[in-house]
Design a protein around this ligand. Sequence first.
Ligand SMILES: C[S@@+](CC[C@H](N)C(=O)[O-])C[C@H]1O[C@@H](n2cnc3c(N)ncnc32)[C@H](O)[C@@H]1O
Length: 203
Amino acid sequence: MLSYFSSNEHKRAKFIFDTIAPIYGLIDRKTQDDYKKMVAMLNEDIPLKGLSALDVGTGTGSWIATLKSFGLSEAHGIDFSEKMIAEATKKHPGITFSHSDALHLKTVNDNSFDIVTASFVMHGMKKEARAVVLTGMKRVARRYVIIQDFYQASNPFIYMLEWLERSDYPYFKKHFADEMKGIFAETKILTAHNGNGLYLGMI
Ligand SMILES: C[S@@+](CC[C@H](N)C(=O)[O-])C[C@H]1O[C@@H](n2cnc3c(N)ncnc32)[C@H](O)[C@@H]1O
């Protein structure tokens, strides 16, 4: 419990996600419809059939499972919460999952996956950590880095949840598009609904 009050944001985030892993599936159900709509929109821009993808901060695997349902040839998810990985492995037998920290993608070779993606992970980190993670994602991606996360306005309930999570939510929404532009030669934003967007970085 003391970890929740830790000034080490990494330790605090790991504690929070390990704690909520067993009930995270309930939130999954709610986000599933949005994910399907967003991936359908993405698929218009980037046809997913036959591509390989790595999902960073996969949680219980909902985002990568939705991407895979559009025809990915290979899908892998990583997370620093062992408990999230255990839930994901139970739920999605057709996808491989492993325990790994997004800040240290060193075990993944350069240009390993067509797509490297992260859904609702980036807003939880501070700018400096995001830069490290995005740079690592760019290194291991062959074609695209795809970030699914908050964009534009959201409702007060989200503000409250993000405050409890002590995330970087307000700063993130204002500055993340520019952070992407600083790392990728070409970027594009596809907006979806409910204040969420897809940020595409081309390799
Ligand atoms: C809000 S959840 C999103 C889960 C999933 N991507 C989804 O969209 O349903 C954020 C996830 O990122 C993971 N995470 C946060 N920081 C991480 C890091 N440094 N390395 C790996 N996973 C991380 C957490 O454990 C958690 O499972």
